[in-house]
Design a protein around this ligand. Structure first.
Ligand SMILES: [Ca+2]
Ligand SMILES: [Ca+2]
Length: 307
């Protein structure tokens, strides 16, 4: 914006409105010098449009690198309370974790989004690791006429049946990464130690998809009343979410090997699924009772990305 102001001060004729430019350039030619004058004005008009376009482009580039694209939420740096003292053993003890600023997807990855990835990358990586259990009866993306396509009606539901490898590689393919377990919990819990993303009141059906039948997922934007303090959606219920961290005991320590993405380790899942009871929807729940072989996909595990 500053560059536009400077240009307007030094060359005010460049800052005339586009409508005036059109009138000037379409005015009927008169005598002698008029064609030359017209050409100069046309060039100035083009110069103005070029500068304006460059300013707009630089703003877009800044947005792209700020980490707060429209589909992500910025989480400010600072400490929060992770885990709790009065819960299951794997959630103890409550401890302070200090995180740098990061951004996290507002909603989980959907079947429609993952279908794009499958068309680009395929369902197995170069190491032969399975990224997506396409042949599982619970998968909601199928190959039709040579193209991976989300099943009709499930386009905006969270993708499930994605292995931890698939989740990790999807995020990398869009210039992101999986959130750590600490990042997931802070995005859900904020800094006031709340029990659920929306606060401390018990789960209700207008806040999250839970207690539902097998495969009864819901669209990822269905529960604005279940938003976290940072307005992140669909954290509790619907689909559990893979995180980058290995499922190690607390306290959370990113330097103890749990964030080694090449380690052969069971990975964490957070947030509860559509078939979870209410007690699995807490912000501290680590999925200790969940079947979650990280090499496979599961009917109730999805993911979102961070940056
Ligand atoms: Ca969830
Ligand atoms: Ca499976």
């Amino acid at each position: 914006m500053l560059s536009v102001v400077l240009i307007c001060i030094s060359m005010p004729e460049l800052c005339i409105p586009v409508k005036a430019v059109r009138e000037i350039t379409s005015a009927p030619p008169c005598q002698g010098q008029r064609p030359l004058l017209k050409m100069r004005r046309t060039m100035k008009a083009w110069a103005f449009l070029l500068v304006f376009g460059m300013v707009l482009a630089s703003r877009s580039v800044k947005l792209a690198f700020s980490g707060v694209a429209a589909d992500m939420v910025a989480i400010p740096a600072g400490p929060f309370t992770m885990g709790r003292d009065d819960g299951p053993e794997d959630e103890r003890p409550a401890h302070r974790v200090n995180l740098p600023a990061y951004a996290i997807d507002r909603t989980p990855i959907t079947n429609a989004q993952f279908a794009v990835f499958l068309n680009r990358v395929g369902s197995t990586n170069s190491r032969g690791e399975r990224l997506y259990d396409f042949d599982d009866g619970d998968a909601r993306i199928h190959r039709r006429e040579g193209k991976w396509t989300a099943d009709a009606g499930f386009e905006n539901h969270p993708v499930v049946e994605v292995s931890w490898f698939g989740a990790r590689e999807y995020c990398a393919s869009v210039g992101k990464r999986l959130p750590t377990e600490a990042e997931w919990e802070k995005a859900a819990r904020g800094t006031d130690g709340r029990k659920y993303p929306w606060g401390n009141s018990a789960p209700e059906k207008n806040r999250a998809q839970f207690g539902a039948g097998w495969n009864q997922t819901a669209p990822v934007e269905n529960f604005p009343k279940g938003a976290s303090p940072y307005r992140v959606l669909d954290l509790a219920g619907n689909a559990w979410e893979w995180v980058s961290s290995a499922y190690f005991p607390y306290p959370y320590d990113p330097t103890d090997g749990r964030e080694d993405l090449t380690a052969d380790a069971v990975r964490g899942t957070r947030g509860g699924g559509h078939d979870s009871p209410p007690e699995e929807l807490t912000t501290t729940q680590r999925g200790r009772s969940l079947s979650r072989n990280f090499r496979s996909g599961h009917h109730n595990i999805g993911f979102r990305c961070a940056r």
